[in-house]
Every structure is written in structure tokens, then in C-alpha cells.
Ligand binder design. Structure first.
Ligand code: MN
Ligand code: MN
Length: 473
């Protein structure tokens, strides 16, 4: 062996190198095929309610029932969160493995009194939900999705602007020719919250009988909605209507490697977690749970967010009189959420050794937060070690990353809320480009790798791996 070769060998032994998923196999069919139904899911589920209804249907079809009916169980929380479990061979007292992800996504909510008419336009007033660059939501077709509770208490599930024959809504942005002042200001103020009003119509209500009416354009729009749904303006007071991008997702790349679409954050993890649970063939050693929560984008608050005690409620259904606190202490969580994909046009926002790259597999994030790790769950070296071994033993390609360069910004996930319960928690999910934009982009390779990671974790994180994670003395 030459000196040159010796050096190479030593380097390959001592250096840390990440892998590209696409290079680990010549047959990409499995990766490409896995992405197909995910695209359908993303197109069909644009709100937390729609995602939860979809998940509940899949679980029912797979034989999951209410707690107390066998070892495949699930519960829905107020139509906006869902938890499902495969009970393990070991007693629940020894803990569970859970993947938690969120099904809410940044969007524009209609205000409770949204309708008005201005200069011949019927308008809808919104209040954005989650952290967004507001200007990105202008000049794109938006659809309305949501639920209305009518005066008599009956409910309507409304979807408008997805079908080609139904007009979408639009928040116009000012043309470049007249944008001198806007272009000189900050991007944060390019479009203000109160400028986020969507055009819903421009035709005054036709017919002699309406001659004496006021606000004829608004009236016409309300009549169209009344004819189809039997609703009035007052019904929006008791409604949750979300404006979301109305176009479906599609492939990106001449090589078809990526998908652009609305709501990858965090429905990609929700889809992967649920699919992992559904695909579990044999009863796992430890109880395996997939939990899809709401309200992550606004701080995980409320009765459907990660903060609520619905997990404890579910565990008590399984465990009976067992001590829930002790069960939590013995449990492990993968917080399934996306990381900031390395953006070659904004290199300075990343530190390349600790960034997540498209195509390099599921990203394991030890801590999130911002500036000095504030607001982070920080997974232990022991749990990191156990996960690293688990993924390596099962040939799951993974990378590790922080959310961007230090002091550039930051963000959190649901991880801290599960860590606070005494559950060892680690973040794991794919890299996303353009996070929180109306259309985000992911790699099909990372989607598949994320699914593999959740599946292995739910299925096989037991025995020696638990020992490594808990060996903290
Ligand atoms: Mn997220
Ligand atoms: Mn987010």
C-alpha cells in the first residue's frame, strides 16, 4: 500500500462524512414511488382539520379503534389533532416511543367579520397565522377551506377555489411601476397585515329587483355563497376559514428529485409518521405512538396544541391506574419537524458543517431555539448516541444540523413540550427550502429517509438502544 493510499484509509476512518441518499442505491424507484401518494395527501389536506380527517380515515381502514378495543387504537382531539398507537409487547409502564408532528401550517385566516366592499371590489379581510413573509402571499391564487357553524348550530365544511370552475381569491401587490416607496422600505413592511385583504369579486348583483340595494358586489358574492351553502355574512362570526394556496404541488428539478407544495412544514412529518405506524407489520416491543398536533405555528397553545394534556389522557386510557409521570420518564420522542434546507443563494445564513442539505437524508437536530440555544430542547449525548446507532444499524441515511448559522435567527418545534413531560426528545425531519412560503420545497430522498427513520424508531427503539439512552451515570 502506498503512502497516498494509507492516508486515504486513515481519513475515511477518522473523518465524519455525510451521505447522499441518491448515491446509496442505483434503483430510485422506491424513493420516487413513495412520494406519489404523499403528493396526493398534500393536495387533499390543506388544513389541520383535513389532515386529521384523512388520518382518521386511514387508521379506521387499517383496523384502528377506540382505546379498549385491541392493540391498534386511536383518538381524535376536536377534529384538529389525532393520536394513534400500536400497543407493545412490553407493559406501558416501561414507556413508549412517540413521533410527534404538527398538521397546522402558516396561512391567512379570515377575520370573524371579513366582508366589505371598496371601490367596486368585494373584499375579504384576513389575519395571518404563523410566521410569514407577508409579501410572498400576494399575487397568488388562494382557496378558502374551513368550517362554519350556522345560526341554528348546524355545520358546513366549505372549500372554495380549488376546482377549476371556482374562482380563487387574490391579494394584489402593487405593480413595480408604482412601487418606488415600497421598494425603498423594508421587506417586512412591503405588505402590512392590514393590507392583506383578498379580492372576492367584482360583479355587482344583476337584476332589477336589487336596484335599490347597497354594496352590490359584496351582495353578489354573498348570494353565490348563500345559493351553494345556505350561509350569510353573520355565519362567518362562528367560522374558521383559512386562505391557502389553491394550486397543487408539483415536481422540481429536471431530474424530478424534489416536490414544491403548500404545507410540507409539517405535513411531511405527519404523513411519514402515520405511514410508519400503518406499515408496522408485527407488534412492536414498546408501545409505538404517532401524534399529529395543531397550533405549533403559533406556540403550541390551546386545547389542540402540544401543550394540552391530550397525550396524558390517551396514555391513561392505555395504562389505567399506572403512574403517568413514571411512564413519561421511561419514554422517548422524535419531534418530527422540518429543518432549514441549505440555500445556495443565501450561503451566509448557514454554517455548512451544521446545515441540512436536500438529499442527504433525515436531519437529526439536537437542539433548536435561537441565540445561545434559548428556547431549545437539547437532546442528551446519550439519546443522540442511541439514535445514531439505531439509524446506522438499520442503514438509514441521516445528517445532523442546527437551524441556520449562530445568531442569524432560529426557531422552535414541539420538542420542548414533550421534554417538559420528562420524555427524552430529539428533533428529526427533512430539510425544507423556503420554509413558511406559500410553496415550500423538499427532496423525495429526504421524505423517504424521514419515513424510514420514524419507522425504525417506532419499531426497533428498545433493548440495547434504551440502555444507551438511559446510561447517564
Ligand atoms: Mn414545523
Ligand atoms: Mn413552521
Amino acid at each position: 500500500m502506498s503512502e497516498e493510499e494509507k492516508k486515504e484509509t486513515l481519513g475515511s476512518k477518522l473523518f465524519y462524512k455525510t451521505k447522499n441518499v441518491w448515491e446509496t442505491t442505483e434503483d430510485h424507484a422506491e424513493i420516487m414511488n413513495f412520494a406519489k401518494p404523499y403528493k396526493t395527501f398534500l393536495d387533499k389536506c390543506k388544513t389541520e382539520r383535513e389532515a386529521v380527517a384523512w388520518a382518521a380515515k386511514k387508521l379506521e381502514d387499517a383496523g384502528f379503534k377506540a382505546p379498549g378495543n385491541g392493540d391498534k387504537i386511536f383518538m381524535v382531539n376536536r377534529g384538529k389533532a389525532v393520536i394513534a398507537a400500536r400497543l407493545g409487547k412490553k407493559p406501558i409502564k416501561e414507556g413508549f416511543n412517540i413521533v410527534v408532528s404538527h398538521v397546522d401550517a402558516p396561512r391567512l385566516d379570515l377575520k370573524q367579520v371579513p366582508f366589505y366592499e371598496d371601490s367596486g371590489h368585494a373584499m375579504l379581510d384576513t389575519h395571518y397565522y404563523g410566521g410569514i413573509k407577508k409579501y410572498q402571499w400576494a399575487n397568488i391564487p388562494l382557496a378558502m377551506h374551513g368550517r362554519i357553524i350556522k345560526a341554528d348550530g348546524s355545520k358546513i365544511d366549505l372549500v372554495w377555489g380549488e376546482d377549476e370552475n371556482e374562482g380563487s381569491l387574490l391579494i394584489p401587490d402593487i405593480l413595480i411601476h408604482l412601487a418606488q416607496k415600497q421598494m425603498e422600505g423594508s421587506a417586512a413592511k412591503a405588505l402590512t397585515g392590514e393590507q392583506m385583504n383578498a379580492i372576492a369579486g367584482t360583479i355587482p348583483i344583476p337584476g332589477k329587483e336589487y336596484e335599490k340595494e347597497s354594496d352590490k358586489v359584496k351582495l353578489n358574492v354573498l348570494k353565490i355563497l348563500n345559493d351553494k351553502y345556505g350561509i350569510t355574512e353573520a355565519d362567518f362570526v362562528s367560522a374558521e376559514i383559512e386562505l391557502v394556496p389553491s394550486e397543487n404541488c408539483r415536481e422540481i428539478g429536471i431530474d424530478n428529485s424534489c416536490i414544491i407544495g403548500y404545507g410540507h412544514d409539517d405535513r411531511i412529518c405527519s404523513y411519514s409518521a402515520l405511514q410508519a405506524l400503518l406499515d408496522m407489520k408485527e407488534q412492536p416491543e414498546r408501545t409505538a405512538i404517532a401524534y399529529l398536533v395543531d397550533k405549533e405555528e403559533i406556540g403550541s397553545e390551546g386545547t389542540t396544541g402540544a401543550i394540552t394534556k391530550f397525550l396524558e389522557y390517551f396514555i391513561e386510557k392505555i395504562a389505567g391506574s399506572c403512574d403517568t409521570t413514571e411512564i413519561m420518564q421511561n419514554s422517548f420522542c422524535m419531534s418530527g419537524d422540518v429543518n432549514a434546507g441549505y440555500d445556495v443563494n443565501f450561503k451566509e445564513n448557514f454554517e455548512t458543517k451544521n446545515a441540512s442539505f436536500l438529499g442527504k437524508g433525515v436531519t437529526i437536530t439536537k437542539f433548536t431555539g435561537r441565540g445561545g440555544k434559548g428556547g431549545a430542547n437539547d437532546a442528551s449525548a446519550e439519546f443522540m448516541g442511541a439514535i445514531r446507532k439505531l439509524l446506522s444499524d438499520n442503514n438509514v441515511v441521516f445528517q445532523t444540523a442546527e437551524l441556520g448559522a449562530v445568531d442569524i435567527g432560529g426557531g422552535g418545534t414541539v420538542a420542548m413540550y414533550f421534554a417538559a413531560r420528562g420524555i427524552d426528545t430529539i428533533d428529526a425531519g427533512p430539510a425544507v427550502l423556503g420554509m413558511h412560503a406559500p410553496k415550500e420545497t423538499i427532496s423525495k430522498a429526504d421524505l423517504f429517509s424521514t419515513y424510514q427513520a420514524y419507522k425504525i424508531f417506532l419499531d426497533k427503539f428498545a433493548g440495547e438502544y434504551v440502555k444507551i439512552a438511559k446510561n447517564t451515570n
